[in-house]
Design a protein around this ligand. Structure first.
Ligand SMILES: Nc1nc2c(ncn2[C@@H]2O[C@H](COP(=O)(O)OP(=O)(O)OP(=O)(O)O)[C@@H](O)[C@H]2O)c(=O)[nH]1
Ligand SMILES: [K+]
Ligand SMILES: [Mg+2]
Length: 399
């Protein structure tokens, strides 16, 4: 029996099984079995290169955004509109057969937008080019799920399921579960929050299914069995997803209003070029890129040429900024002078761990410069940056 048949069989068993206290251990075990099989499914077949032909597009720019959706929802039309790169659009399904990259120029940053073939139900199990398309989605920073506003709301759920089946988690935070395999000592199970979905026995069973007999597990929130499995599997990718409802020109205003009010959603019309600027702004926000303008000593920064950094969960620090410029720079840095919304006063003397905000101006002061500064009365930040105009009103530059 193939892996897909095995998954189907277990899914059928789960559907037959009534959900109650008595069956929850068994159901949990079945969930773990499916998760293991799906992970197997993701491993490239022996003797193949892994992802499919025509889909390997070199990363370019400051971030990557993938267009995912059913056929003929307007993905290619949108790529052409936003990037100027032509991608064939037509009224028949599966017009696009490969991955087509374009570049969005936004806020002095370059963002790679990828047009992809439409995917259908069963994509995660290899229907159509689903697996290749999803692999590209996984390689991007955020996903734009393009939906036809005039079609069933169910499409969004189907696509979400397909992406979840291959380990993508959309608009979800990683579960707050600490998990560490050990060599000996058995399983230690603890929680810092009251648990309503998982108890010690269920946790043991899931771990048993994975043949894990020594581990430390600490639930820091009321997480579910699925969360626990995600943490054990460890290969999940947590991504932002914007639901883009296209073709609002063909539906009524009440329906548009309903769609627009859903979380993480935006309504657009490619045909009428409606709301595309809002889509870009939302995309920018969700990507969480941080533009930092570098100010050389005694000069104005170049406000047309920012360093564009991505911020991880901890935010983009002075150290991240330095590492971006040069890998040894941080060792020479005494402190940074910072202008912008992250600074309490202008300029603020900041250490390595200071978290920078989008559009901050940074002047690096090296250890050597300090010694020179002591002799020359340290003129390095006598010229304040000319821009950051909006903020100047709030906190006038004094230097
Ligand atoms: N009414 C309306 N039609 C649109 C809009 N955007 C795109 N279309 C039409 O929808 C059809 C499909 O557009 P495509 O851009 O080819 O869609 P796709 O998602 O790339 O399709 P595949 O590549 O086949 O998956 C075309 O006939 C477009 O002209 C829109 O905003 N409103
Ligand atoms: K099409
Ligand atoms: Mg297309």
């Amino acid at each position: 029996m193939g892996i897909i048949e095995k998954i189907k069989e277990i899914e059928a068993e789960m559907a037959r099984t009534q959900k109650n206290k008595a069956t929850e251990y068994h159901l949990g075990q079945l969930k773990a079995k499916i998760a293991k099989l799906r992970t197997q499914l993701l491993e490239p077949p022996k003797g193949s290169s892994g992802s499919g032909e025509g889909f390997e597009v070199t990363k370019y720019g400051h971030g990557r955004v993938a267009l995912i959706g059913f056929p003929s929802v307007g993905k290619s039309t949108l790529l052409t509109l936003l990037t100027g790169t032509h991608s064939e659009a037509a009224s028949y399904e599966f017009t696009t057969l490969t991955c087509i990259p374009g570049i969005i120029h936004y806020n002095d940053a370059k963002i790679q937008l990828l047009d992809l073939p439409g995917i259908i139900e069963g994509a995660s199990e290899g229907k159509g080019r689903g697996r290749q398309v999803i692999a590209v989605a996984k390689s991007s920073d955020i996903v734009l799920m393009v939906l036809d506003a005039s079609k069933s709301e169910g499409h969004r759920q189907i696509l979400t399921r397909e992406l979840e089946a291959v380990g993508l988690r959309l608009n979800k935070k990683p579960p707050q579960i600490y998990f560490k395999r050990k060599k000996t000592g058995g399983i230690s199970f603890n929680s810092t929050a009251p648990l309503t979905h998982v108890d010690e026995k269920l946790c043991y069973q899931i771990l048993h299914e994975y043949k894990i007999h020594n581990a430390e597990v600490l639930f820091r929130e009321d997480a579910t069995v699925d969360d626990l499995i995600d943490v054990i599997e460890g290969n999940r990718k947590y991504m932002k997803c914007i639901y883009v409802y296209n073709k609002i020109d063909v539906i009524g205003i009440d329906d548009v209003d309903k769609l627009a009010r859903q979380p993480n959603s935006i309504v657009i019309s490619c045909n009428l070029k409606l709301n595309l600027d809002r889509l870009l702004a939302k995309m920018w926000d969700e990507m969480g890129l941080v533009r930092v303008y570098s100010k050389p000593q005694g000069q104005q920064p170049d406000f047309t040429d920012p360093f564009v950094l991505s911020k991880d969960r901890a935010g983009c620090t002075v150290e991240d900024f330095c590492n971006h410029i040069h890998k040894n720079l941080i060792n020479q840095v005494k402190y940074a002078l910072v202008w912008g919304t992250s600074a309490r006063h202008y300029p603020q003397h900041c250490g390595h761990s200071h978290v920078l905000h989008d559009e901050d101006v940074v002047q690096i002061v090296k250890k050597k410069e300090i010694e020179e500064g002591a002799r020359g009365r340290f003129k390095s930040h006598s010229t304040a940056p000319a821009r950051i105009s909006d903020r100047e009103k709030k906190a006038p530059l004094k230097t």
